[in-house]
Design a protein around this ligand. Sequence first.
Ligand code: SF4
Length: 387
Amino acid sequence: MEIWQQMIRDSVHTVDQLVEKFNIDRKIAGDLDEFFQARINPYYLSLIRYPGDPIWRQCVPDKAELEDFEAEEDPLMEDAMSPVPNITHRYPDRALFLVTSQCGLYCRFCTRKRKVGDHEKISMKGLESAFKYLEQHTEIRDVILSGGDPLMLTDQMLEKILKRLREISHIEIIRLGSKMPCVLPQRITPKLCNMLKKYHPIYCNTHFNHPWEITSESSKACEMLADAGIPVGNQMVIMKGINDDAAVVKDLVQKLLKIRVRPYYMYMADETKGANHFRTSIETGLKILEGLRGHTSGLAIPQFVIDAPGGGGKIPLVPNYVLHHDEDKIILRNYKHKIYSYKNYADHNNPDGYGSKNKSNGKAKKIEKEVIKPRKVKLPVLEEIEY
Ligand code: SF4
């Protein structure tokens, strides 16, 4: 047995352990266990500094989870968009492939509680129909292995899946959605990296939410993946009492870049059952983003998105930097709230600029091919104006 597997075995997971370790009332601990079981491995447990801290809040069951009955089991409608077991096919050219129900840690805010934990929740019997679906759908060029956490599979099992995917010629990219570099970095071994290298291009999206999660162990894990040629991105979720603060997120994204992890998405929390106490306002998210743009390098800035309830997919949000926009110019403000004007140049396919409106009737103007001539375009000038 590998060290990481032993650490899974040694995790806090029973009602007795919850009562003893975290002083949770036995009846509440039982109800929480029934709602969504706990798994806190010894590594992640060691990151807790005091009760209720940002690490504790992510992994220790809280009675507030039992007070939130209104939210959906499956807010992103992943099951409704599942043509065969284990596959969600929402976007045109990519598919989500759920390969296990197990995770190195059960996050209290998880969107897939309905799928995670119990082995029965994601059946391995569904793998064959999933492979067939991927083979038949030639428009799928990008497959995201998720679950659960695909790195909970043994190297052998994971390799079988990767090998089979690599036999499908239209699949160009394989992505691993794994929280292991953050919650159980001991899983990233030289043996695993050597195996993954054989199936490039492989990308990994991991999930750090707080700077305290960046330790010598998790840094080493991310660097090993990067050294194996696997670009690592980070998807974080804004949560109350954990990271709903621009200084905390700035610290996190800067530390991520140092360990060669590119901040990729910053999500509003999904409207999933039992997670109401984690939710923040949209204004908080926008404020965090404002606290990054201009204040640290663009490389460190994730896209801020809402994964739209009902399966609408990821929709980006940005603070309002546009004060005015017309056919001649756009008026913008920068991160210091200074105001700038940028000229609106017509382009070759759109010689009238600004949507090519026919001013007489307001309808889009038909552009004859012969009318479009290449012309010199002046370099745009940014000029500061009075405010
Ligand atoms: S690792 Fe991912 S799938 Fe597993 S419990 Fe955490 S958020 Fe859910």
